[in-house]
Design a protein around this ligand. Structure first.
Ligand code: HEM
Length: 214
């Protein structure tokens, strides 16, 4: 892919990822965050975090399925870091607007409300991934260890979706869509690895062995 095209695409992804934040800031400035600004900010940041996390998870299976899309890998870190950015904005909203910066209220909430426990788990799992997203960290850890650590992203996504289900009122099915997406991604991963292994075995068995004595 031409460098100029990559730069253009990256700029568009940056703008798209900043969109929800700009919208929230605009609503704050124009006083249109609605009757419950805390709710609006929490929901907008939480949904954006979870959606960006899912989009970042789609990249690997998509590349495996369509090798010509391998350039998408250049966007995975950006999307992952933006998911963490919005999850952190979401956490700060809870710390400031829900708990009023009161550590006791926070601890009580984490213990009492299981959806907050699940949300906190998701954020804590995303933290080491964000901290090790630099090229320096990849070099320091080595590719194998880095890949092993970054598999935590699936656990973080599961915790995020559980958090979403546990906070909606019973009978509300809004999280169903993102749950189906995550389920497909979790199933796709081992299936694609198995298909790739089978392909490799088939390729090696069809390779005609070199005649003896060559
Ligand atoms: C860091 C710890 C977290 C805390 C304390 C937290 C807290 C909350 C709270 C208080 C709500 C709104 C509940 C309500 O008003 O009914 C909420 C909703 C939500 N949170 Fe979190 N959350 C956390 C982490 C996360 C993470 C890491 C994600 C995504 C990766 C996430 C995604 C969501 C979603 C999708 C919603 C529902 C939004 C909706 O219904 O539209 N949260 N969270």
């Amino acid at each position: 892919m031409k460098r100029s095209t990559l730069i253009l695409l990256k700029t568009l992804v940056w703008l798209a990822c900043l969109g929800p934040l700009v919208w929230l800031l605009w609503c704050a400035v124009t006083n249109t965050l609605g009757p419950d600004p805390t709710h609006t900010i929490t929901f907008a940041t939480g949904r954006t975090a979870l959606r960006l996390l899912m989009i970042s998870l789609v990249i690997t299976p998509l590349r495996r399925l369509i090798p010509s899309l391998s350039w998408l890998i250049k966007f995975r870190r950006l999307l992952g870091l933006f998911a963490f950015f919005y999850a952190t904005l979401h956490l700060l909203t809870w710390i400031g607007l829900y708990a009023g910066f009161d550590p006791n209220a926070m601890v009580a909430d984490i213990i009492k409300r299981r959806y907050v426990t699940a949300g906190m788990t998701a954020w804590v799992l995303l933290l080491p991934l964000a901290l090790t997203s630099t090229n320096w960290a990849i070099r320091k850890m080595g590719g194998k260890n880095w890949n092993r650590l970054h598999r935590l992203v699936y656990l973080a996504a599961i915790a995020g979706v559980v958090h979403y289900w546990w906070q909606v009122k019973s009978g509300v099915l809004t999280p169903i869509q993102i749950t189906v997406v995550l389920a497909v991604l979790l199933i796709a991963r081992p299936v694609l690895s198995w298909m790739q292994r089978r392909k490799a075995v088939a390729a090696s068995s069809t390779r005609t062995p070199a005649p003896a004595g060559d």
